[in-house]
Design a protein around this ligand. Structure first.
Ligand code: PMT
Length: 223
C-alpha cells in the first residue's frame, strides 16, 4: 500500500527529449525515451499528488490521473514549465533538454549541391530552464529537483552541476548510447544541496522515482 504522502501537492514533471529543428524534415535531438519522467509521474499519482507531466517527443501511454502537456523544443518546454511552476509545490526536470539549437531554421529542406562543401550548422544557447525555475521559486517552500546525465567523472560533475543550477536535489545518473536512455532500469546518486548523498542501486525506474519522492516528502515534513 502506497502512503498518500503527496496528497494536496501539485507536482510538475518534465520528461522526454527536446528536438531542435534545422529544417522541416530534420532536427537535433537526444536519446531520452521519457521512461524515467513517466515513472516519476506514475509514482507521484500513486502517492496522492496532482501531477502535471510536460512531455517532449515521447512515445509512451499517458499516465492515468496526470495532466499531460505536449511540447517539442526547449523554448516550448521552458514556457510550459514556467507556467505550470507558478503554482507547483515540486518541479522535477527529468527531460533531456538541448543546450543548443540551430541559429537559423531553413523553411525549405536543406539540399546538397554538387561541388559544394557540406554546410556548417551554427548553434545558439538555449535557456537553462532548471536554473531559471530554481532561482525564481514562485511559490514559497517549492522544492526543485534536477537530473544530471553524465558520461564521465559522474559524481564530481554532478556536484558541480548542483551548485551551478541552484536546485535542492540533483539525481546524478550515468548515460551512454545503450545506458539509461530507453531502458526500464536506472542507477543513481541523489545529491542534496545540504550535502546529503543517497545512492540508489540499479533497479526499476519506479524505485528511483520513489526515492526522489521519499526525499521530497521528507523536506515537506521538516517545513
Ligand atoms: O528518458 P529516459 O530514456 O528514461 O532516460 C532518462 C534520462 C537519462 C533522460 C534522465 O534520467 C535524465 O538524466 N534527465 C536529464 C537529462 C539532461 O538534460 O541532463 P543535463 O545534465 O544535460 O541537464 C541537467 C539538468 O538541467 C536536467 O534536469 C535538465 O532537465 C536541465 N536542463 C538542461 C539544459 C537546459 N537548457 N535546461 C534545463 O533545464
Amino acid at each position: 500500500v502506497t502512503e498518500p504522502d503527496l496528497a494536496g501537492r501539485h507536482v510538475v514533471i518534465s520528461a522526454g527529449g527536446t528536438r531542435e529543428p534545422l529544417d522541416p524534415v530534420r532536427y537535433l535531438g537526444n536519446r531520452s525515451s521519457g521512461k524515467q519522467g513517466y515513472a516519476l509521474a506514475r509514482t507521484a499519482v500513486a502517492r496522492g499528488a496532482r501531477v502535471t507531466l510536460i512531455e517532449a517527443n515521447t512515445q509512451l501511454p499517458d499516465p492515468a490521473g496526470a495532466d499531460v502537456v505536449r511540447v517539442g523544443t526547449a523554448v516550448q518546454l521552458r514556457e510550459a514549465v514556467l507556467k505550470a511552476a507558478a503554482d507547483a509545490d515540486v518541479v522535477v526536470m527529468a527531460a533531456a533538454v538541448a543546450d543548443f539549437r540551430p541559429a537559423a531554421y531553413a523553411p525549405g529542406k536543406i539540399k546538397k549541391k554538387d561541388g559544394e562543401e557540406a554546410p556548417a550548422v551554427t548553434l545558439v544557447r538555449n535557456p537553462d530552464i532548471l536554473a531559471e525555475v530554481a532561482s525564481e521559486r514562485p511559490r514559497e517552500g517549492q522544492v526543485v529537483v534536477g537530473f544530471a546525465a553524465e558520461t564521465d567523472d559522474v559524481l564530481a560533475n554532478g556536484r558541480a552541476k548542483l551548485r551551478r543550477k541552484g536546485c535542492d536535489l540533483l539525481v546524478v545518473n550515468e548515460v551512454g548510447e545503450r545506458r539509461t536512455f530507453g531502458s526500464e532500469e536506472n542507477e543513481a546518486v541523489v545529491l542534496g544541496a545540504d550535502g546529503t548523498e543517497t545512492p540508489v542501486p540499479y533497479g526499476p525506474k519506479e524505485a528511483l522515482a520513489d526515492t526522489v519522492w521519499d526525499l521530497v516528502s521528507g523536506r515537506f515534513q521538516e517545513m
